[in-house]
Design a protein around this ligand. Sequence first.
Ligand SMILES: [Fe+2]
Length: 367
Amino acid sequence: MIIKSIESLSDGLNILWNDNSSSCFPWLWLRDHSESQVDLHPDTKQRQINVFSNPPNNSVATVLLDRISKNILIKWEDESESTLSFDLLQSTSEPNLPQSNAMNSSSCWSDPSEIKIFPEITYQGFMSDGGIKIWLNHIQRVGFALVIETPETSDATKELMERMAYIRNSIFGGFSVWDNKLENPDDTAFTSLAIEPHTDGTYVHDAPGLQTLHCINRDSIGGENQLIDGLAIAEKMRHENPDAFNILCNVNIPGRYIKPGTYLEAHRPLFRVNNNGDVIQVSFNNHDRAPFRLKNDQMVKFYAAYKIFHNLANDSSRQFEFMLNPGKVLTFDNWRLLHARSSLTGYRQLCGGYHNREDFESKLRSV
Ligand SMILES: [Fe+2]
């Protein structure tokens, strides 16, 4: 949109756009959002102006539309000046609340055959200029990406992960190398047992955003991995089982992780939605669900809703199944996809770790 004209009104600055729509920005908002070097630190982009501790005189002296610098310049009666870029005014032309960008442009898939462009990139491609953007777009689009032909070492895997961002620390450490023969495993993930579809970290307030796994040694049978698009299940339930969908948006389900000296617990609905009703996070781990009780009639409805989700997640036709072979590094969106694993016999060694959600979103905004 291009600014056609501006008009000073008593309650704000009215901007008429070239599509004949208009936006009236309150004077206090304009002062608070000034991008001048005095009001917004040019390096840190942190707000320097404080419209609260020293209430400014918001009487306007002059308003200038500068089409060359693409700014609106406001002079106030107290001699101070505000600068607002056309970009900022355009991006806030309608009342809006910041939204997460990680699930923008998502293509839900209810069946792996619906994934039109397979989200795969070679290690060489990933490590070259522009590679990470392709990789991020794969994850944003379908919830996961595979990097193939990766050196079969933990060092190469760690380097790959650090290209995205620093690796998150957790109860399991940061970047980790483990095998399925641990004597006292902390989690079923470190065993040979089958694991049902789940998301990680239902027992932490800020579940890991991305998870990366690389099997660097494999002498085993079984152990196939499955990925399921939780967002696709959410949208299916929203349309076909709206009451169940609403229950899963509203009941805070506790997750827990217990070992000697540690008792983690967090509460989240299975579907977390934003103010627009968009699903922004799926959290489901039947293994880690902690005891809780609702009123009996609500508990019955909750179990019925949870069962619908559980059965859809466990429907093999919704699952993308593959083998994590050495050289193939899997990264998936743990706020969207569920992952599962078949049982195995034999030996395998894996490595990997987590990234925070905000770092994933940051990278999406900045590459
Ligand atoms: Fe897991």
